[in-house]
Structures are given as structure tokens and as C-alpha cells.
Design a protein around this ligand. Sequence first.
Ligand code: PLP
Length: 426
Amino acid sequence: MKLDFSAVGQKLTARSGILELMDDLGRAMTEQPDMRMLGGGNPAAVPSVQLLWRERMATLIADGQSFDRMLGNYDPPQGNPRFVRSLADLLRRTFRWDVHPENIAVTNGGQSAFFFLFNLLAGRFKQGTFGKILLPLAPEYIGYADQGIDEGMFVACRPEITWPNGPESRVFKYRINFDEVAKTLESEDIRAIAVSRPTNPTGNVLTDDEVQKLSDLAARQKIPLILDNAYGAPFPNVIFTEAKPFWTPDVIMTLSLSKLGLPGTRTAVVIGPPDVASAVTAMTAIAGLANGTIGQQLVLPLVESGEILELGPRHLRPFYAEKSHQAQAWIREYFTAAGVDWAVHASEGAFFHWLWLRGLKISTKELYERLKARKVLVVPGEYFFFGMPDDWSHRHECLRLNFSQPAEVVREALQIIAEEAASVML
Ligand code: PLP
């Protein structure tokens, strides 16, 4: 029987970048243990943090009542009331943000939060208008690309490429081109500005100044600024540079437990204006009744004590900073030896290096296939440049490399990528 899928069904089942990525990631992890996994966004196994979650689970089990309640009851769709209250208290107490329970909605992971937020704020409106989400700096997170139920929901701006320590350092940094952003705000019907900070795929951390400017621009347009803190502050805080956590009553901030080592719990939080938080709550009820309880209960005492803010600086940041540093040294060694023209984005946070193979003659999708055949999985850069015209060669020259896997895996993979790059570039 060949079923005819609805327009929405077809949109959500089209072969998307995120589907391909998650499929390869899942298959490689389960079926090909010898695959060198530099694709995907899986957090690393950080032993001290794994131990913490094991101990928390043991405590819950030992106190049978808490465990039974956690597994045996639906929470309200907004989230567990005690978790929501203690998170609001923590943010008020620590950052003096005017956050109260009505500003908060828990979701089944950040990915679901963005699906709700983008489709809530943009797309076709009853008045016949079509509103869009502005991504002020492409490349931006692949996971957003296919989330719009309506086609053409994103418009992205080309950034400036800067060389903080000179081009000979081969380390570049994207900066927001505010002229482009201003022009786009004028020429398009923009309903929200969205950025990930740190940025997936590049590891870029928008400067405090850039965030303030975006917030001012959004406020002037009377639209929200959405800040995706999947890797950012206040937690998990996998940030290697100085960056102030930022929130105002017009900002919609998302936080996730995934990069604290809990992606399996599918738990994230939206913190924004009360009408947005209650809209997200309503969407959770319709799409899934309620949220998973396990993540919220695992972290609850750490939210109440404030310890959740220490996990990043104490355990995650040093771990990932060391991995980033090591991988960058190998990139420098292997790509220089290979004799190709390479550069890498400044690694300011998250788990990825963004490698720029300058003058690459094949698409990065082709390079991805060649690497997969040599048991190295990466993510082709093209996927991250959605919402903009295809007239920029740079978008066909970059790869995202997750550096969180064991050192030997990363080292071998980088060596193979350098060899393959040389074979197609020289
Ligand atoms: N936002 C960014 C920038 C991400 O990298 C990810 C996951 O890798 C997410 C959101 C979604 O994460 P989750 O659904 O696990 O909370």
C-alpha cells in the first residue's frame, strides 16, 4: 500500500540533513564499532560526571518513594513544579534576572524546544503575512534547518571572516556583519533573531558586545532574541573564553541537560516571556502530554544548591579545552605536512573544530563520502549554510569535526582527513 502523506507529513519526512546525520551517527555507533566518529554532537564520556549521575540515580533508587514517583507519574506539561521553581530561584539569585516560574517551560530536549519556538513565531500568519527567523551569522546549527513546517522560514546572514592573530596563524573567527543584519531586518518580515552561543558548528562564542547589539536590534524591532545555550552559560558552560551569560525579559533562552552528559534524558528548558513559556507548555501538552521526568529529578538537588553552575567550570570545561587544544595541534601538524591550504575557526567553546579547506575542488558532501569509506565520519559543512543564496564558495569548503572522542580516534581521523584532503586538493 502506497500512502499519500499530507503536505506537513511530506515536509517532515523529506530526506533532511539532520535525519542523515542522526542515521549515520546511530548506525556507526551500533553497527560499526571501528568507525572513527567525528560526526554527531554526542558529548564525551567525562568520568567524574558519569559518576555523579550514577550516584544521583542510586540515591533516587535507594529512596524508593522518589524513584516510584519519578517513573509512575506525569508531571504537568510546564515541567516539574519544584524543578521549575528552583531553577527560577537560582537564576534570580545568581544573575539577578527577573525570572519566575511563569517564564519557564520544560521541553523534551532543546530540539523539540526549537521546533515549537520556530513554528510558534514564524511561518504563515492568519493575516496572510509570512514571518521569518533571522540567523545573524551563518553557518548555524544544522538541527534548525528543516524544522519550519512552512518552507523558507530562515534567512541567514553571511559573516565577516576575521583573523584575530593574523592570517599566518591560520585561525579565523566569524563576526556578525551588522550592516547585513540591519539590511535584512529592513527588507524581510523578521519575527525573531536566533543564534547558538557557543555556535554549533564552529565553536564561535559571540562576544558580549555582539549579543548586546543583537538584543538592542531585536528590542527596537519588538521581536525576541532567541539564545541557544546548548553548550553555553549558565550551564553546561563549555566555554573557553570570557563570555557573560545574557538574558533580558525580551530574550528567549534555551538550556539543555544534554551536554551535561544527559542527552538520553531528553530534557531542556525555555526561559522567556510568560506568553512564550505558556505557549511552549501548551505545545508540549498537545505533542507529548508531558516531559520526561528523569533528567529533572537527576539534577534537582544540584539546581537547588546551585552546584549545577559548577559542573561546567570544574569538570567539563577543562576536559573539552584540553581535547580542543590537542586536536588543534594535530590539525596544524597533519594539514601542514599534507601541504594543503587550511584554516580552522577559533575554538571558543562546544565540542567542534570547524575546518576550512581553502580551494577544495570537490563538495564537502563528496569528501564526506570518501572519508566514510575510510571509516571516518565527519559532518559536511554545506548543511550549516541554510537560509542564504548559494553564491559563496566558502560554504563548500568546511567540515565540522567533533573532537570529544578518545584521543587516538581523533588523531587517526585527522591524519586520514589530511591525507584525503591532499589527494583531492593537490
Ligand atoms: N542546539 C544546539 C546548538 C545543539 O548543538 C543541539 C544538539 O546538539 C541542540 C540544540 C539540541 O540538543 P538537545 O535536543 O539534546 O537538547
